[in-house]
Ligand binder design. Structure first.
Ligand SMILES: NC(=O)c1ccc[n+]([C@@H]2O[C@H](COP(=O)([O-])OP(=O)(O)OC[C@H]3O[C@@H](n4cnc5c(N)ncnc54)[C@H](O)[C@@H]3O)[C@@H](O)[C@H]2O)c1
Length: 372
């Protein structure tokens, strides 16, 4: 059996000054230092013990962003909104400052004349320098940048998310796409990867619920007639998703889980409304009309009220730890067993949460045995 690694592992966050990234850095320090229990972290539950995952205290953070607001300032804003407790904010200043020092300018910003190749080289050099400077055993790049508009058929060139994904591959880093943006799904990036990769779009709220309820209706032979959903959210994510093209990228994943679990896409749509005053909080309603025995008509309605970054950050840490270990033992390419974490999982992943969880436990066994 391979002994657990204690080597320092890099987490390179694309969108390093965003809400999710800031909560990842602050939350990791808070849990590693024993300030808070690891609520919401799947990889700190018993089935993942002895799997050789890097401990939280061995994670080193850096990343790219296109805004300049320093991470400690960003964390203050999240504390003012109630996402980060003030005692945690005070206790993790050193870790926030260390991550801030490792953030490099992202792209492309307005007026940037560099072409795609130049940007990929720059990003990859930044990731390699981060690994070298911090004497890291390996690095996992995680995309938590603003959602991009869904690609159009006439798009030429690569979106930023794909440039970053290419840079991760070039730098030999494992890669996670926590957003619905294109990332590795660009045709120019298809092929055999030498590192483990996983995506896309973290499953933290409405879709998490759908991946449980969809299989329930199918297994009880109840006929779903329609499934409609509405989301109200604020924060940077709410602002980005106010763009209908970006919302389309997000909603595709939310609707796909229904088609995959019910066998056919039901009537109904998902809407996302930007409500800036809600800040980091999100409300998601689902209205499910279904038919029972002898055509009896019934309805299930659900309300999910969540703090987006608090839901997402532990999953980012889970994914980074799992992929770091997968990288260490030589797993390459998409890891469908990580479908548990995503709205739009890699081919080969199950659609229902229960089956996804069993697959994840199977992966834990492989990681424990060092079986690539
Ligand atoms: N919070 C959740 O529950 C959840 C769930 C699934 C997916 N996501 C996704 O995670 C992402 C981050 O969410 P958030 O709430 O932190 O958003 P946010 O707006 O707070 O942060 C996004 C960050 O990305 C940066 N950015 C934008 N373009 C960039 C570029 N080209 N290069 C580098 N950085 C860039 C922005 O400057 C910002 O700091 C979004 O795409 C969101 O859809 C979040």
């Amino acid at each position: 059996m391979t002994p657990p690694t204690s080597a320092r592992t890099g987490i390179w966050l694309i969108g390093a000054r965003g809400s999710v990234a800031t909560t990842v850095v602050a939350g990791c320090a808070a849990v590693a230092n024993g300030l808070r229990p690891p609520v919401g972290m799947v990889t700190l539950t018993p089935p993942f013990q002895d799997c050789g995952l890097p401990p939280l205290g061995a994670l080193v953070f850096g990343g790219h962003d296109v805004v300049s607001c320093p991470l400690p300032k960003r964390a203050e804003q999240l504390a003012a909104q109630g996402v980060l407790p003030y005692d945690v904010l005070a206790a993790v200043q050193e870790e926030l400052a260390a991550a801030e020092a490792a953030i490099r300018p992202g792209g492309a910003v307005a007026g940037d004349l560099r072409d795609g190749h130049e940007l990929v080289s720059r990003f990859a050099e930044d990731i390699v320098a981060f690994q070298t400077d911090n004497r890291l055993a390996r690095c996992v790049v995680v995309n938590v940048a603003s959602t991009e508009p869904a690609p159009r058929a006439d798009d030429t060139g690569m979106p930023a998310s794909s440039l970053y994904a290419a840079a991760a591959l070039w730098a030999g880093a494992a890669y996670v796409n926590f957003t619905p943006s294109t990332g590795l799904h660009h045709p120019a990036l298809s092929g055999a990867y030498k590192v483990p990769v996983a995506g896309r779009d973290g499953k933290t709220g409405q879709t998490l619920l759908r991946s449980v309820l969809g299989p329930m209706f199918a297994q009880r032979a109840l006929a779903v007639r329609s499934w409609s959903g509405t989301n109200l959210l604020g924060g940077g994510d709410g602002a980005a998703l106010a763009d209908p093209a970006a919302a389309a990228a997000k909603n595709a994943g939310k609707e796909r889980v229904l088609a995959d679990t019910l066998g056919t896409a039901p009537e109904g749509q998902v809407h996302i409304d930007d409500v800036p005053s809600m800040g980091e909080w999100k409300t998601a309603w689902d209205h499910i009309a279904f038919e029972g025995f002898l055509g009896a008509r019934m309805v299930l309605q659900t309300t999910w009220q969540g703090c987006d970054s608090a839901l997402a950050a532990p999953l980012v840490l889970d994914l980074a730890r799992l992929l770091a270990r997968a990288h260490e033992i030589g797993i390459t390419g998409p890891v469908p067993e990580l479908g548990f974490f995503f709205k739009d999982p890699d081919p080969g992943a199950y659609a229902s949460l229960a089956e996804q969880h069993l697959a994840l436990l199977g992966l834990a066994g492989r990681l424990r045995e060092g079986d690539a």
